[in-house]
Ligand binder design. Structure first.
Ligand SMILES: C[S@@+](CC[C@H](N)C(=O)[O-])C[C@H]1O[C@@H](n2cnc3c(N)ncnc32)[C@H](O)[C@@H]1O
Length: 275
């Protein structure tokens, strides 16, 4: 008898995405706002000149939804999209892309191993940081890969700081997402992991501090509209323009965050005390 697989754990998630790759687009497509929110995040990165002359990196690109959002914000940029799941990448590669987009198989925790070297003019990590084993090291790696002054956007579920967000998240997961996964994908393991991992992941305040500790500045957090308001957030940080300022590992000022007030839809600058 084949032993029943154990619960999905952080660090081994990409393998589970292999099994869910064929149904992934259908499931996220029925989540209202999924693509629109990704586009909101890439727009918030403020990439200039339609991306002309820029090199961008999409970490954990999956089936290419986040890559398409990057392309939407910067259609003239050169985009490298990396994922550790062969099957998710295969789904992405089945779509039509301009020649400026390339897909690479690799681990987000060690991008150099896949020949991903900077500098990049912007990095997007959508729904992936939460899944990594060594999140601080990954953020420091993103910092190193960025050109001074260039932005990092982390697009993630972050519900820990708000009881209301945790209740809405749990209700939507168990009332809609998990039952839908049972019907469409025939298994719920990945989506039960999704529920659990988002509850365990950093709140807005802790992730903002984590970004600051990794050397990022101009940290801003904005949420998205829809049922995901105060649940999905764009975390933006910038590698300091002056190479002498706040290198990773050096002491940096902690952002001052009021967790409950942290994510009005219009966004806040968490480097300044809320007024
Ligand atoms: C929830 S999907 C998000 C995909 C895409 N960014 C989007 O917004 O639709 C997370 C992706 O991260 C990938 N992933 C998880 N751990 C990874 C790792 N250590 N390195 C690279 N990719 C990873 C998974 O294979 C999966 O495709």
């Amino acid at each position: 008898m084949t032993p029943k697989p154990g619960p999905i754990e952080r660090g081994g998630v990409a393998r589970s995405f292999d099994a869910h790759a064929r149904t992934y687009d259908k499931l996220v497509g029925s989540n209202p706002g999924y693509h629109e929110h990704l586009r909101l995040t890439t727009k918030r990165m403020g990439l200039p000149d339609r991306g002309a002359g820029l090199r961008l990196l999409d970490v954990g690109c999956g089936t290419g939804a986040s890559t398409a959002a990057l392309l939407d914000a910067a259609p003239e940029a050169e985009i490298t999209a990396v994922d550790a799941s062969h099957e998710m990448l295969a789904q992405a590669q089945r779509k039509t892309w301009p020649r400026t987009v390339r897909f690479v198989h690799g681990n987000a925790e060690n991008l150099a191993m896949s020949g991903i070297v900077g500098p990049y003019d912007g990095i997007l990590a959508a729904y992936v940081l939460r899944n990594l084993l060594h999140q601080d090291a990954a953020l420091r790696q993103f910092h190193r890969l960025l050109r001074p002054g260039a932005p990092l956007a982390i697009h993630e579920y972050s519900v820990r700081d708000s009881l209301r967000s945790r209740i809405v998240w749990t209700t939507v997961c168990w009332g809609v997402i998990i039952p839908m996964a049972r019907i469409r994908a025939g298994s719920t393991d990945l989506y039960r992991y999704l529920w659990r991992s988002a509850l365990q992941f950093d709140g807005v305040s802790d992730l903002s501090k984590r970004l600051a500790s990794a050397g990022f500045e101009d940290i801003r957090v904005q949420t998205v509209p829809g049922w995901q308001q105060h649940i999905v957030h764009t975390f933006l940080g910038r590698r300091p323009p002056d190479p002498g300022a706040a290198a990773p590992g050096e002491a940096v000022a902690e952002p001052d965050v009021d967790a409950e007030a942290a994510t009005p839809a219009e966004g806040i600058d968490v480097t300044k005390p809320p007024s």
